[in-house]
Design a protein around this ligand. Structure first.
Ligand SMILES: [Zn+2]
Length: 84
């Protein structure tokens, strides 16, 4: 698992053209014998790639809320639902 591979992975996960990013992520973890938690941490710390726990899609820092562990799009949806 090289630096370049991880950069490529991060770009692929964040790309709109990737139809099943979570599948790519899981496959990469399996092939490289690393746990998904470890891989997720690595990507978020070094490669500007954050996994949304709600829609299971990957985003860069600008589109992700650390506090909620969700992308900003899921946060928007949630806050609308919680309004009363
Ligand atoms: Zn999301």
């Amino acid at each position: 698992m090289t630096n370049e591979e991880l950069i490529d992975l991060a770009n692929e996960l964040k790309s709109d053209e990737t139809t099943n990013p979570i599948g790519v992520f899981e496959e990469f973890a399996k092939e490289n014998n690393i746990s998904q938690e470890e891989l997720e941490q690595l990507l978020s710390k070094k490669y500007d790639c954050f996994k949304c726990e709600s829609c299971h899609t990957f985003y860069c820092y600008d589109e992700y809320s650390f506090f909620d562990e969700k992308c900003i799009y899921c946060c928007d949806t949630d806050s609308e639902e919680e309004e009363y």
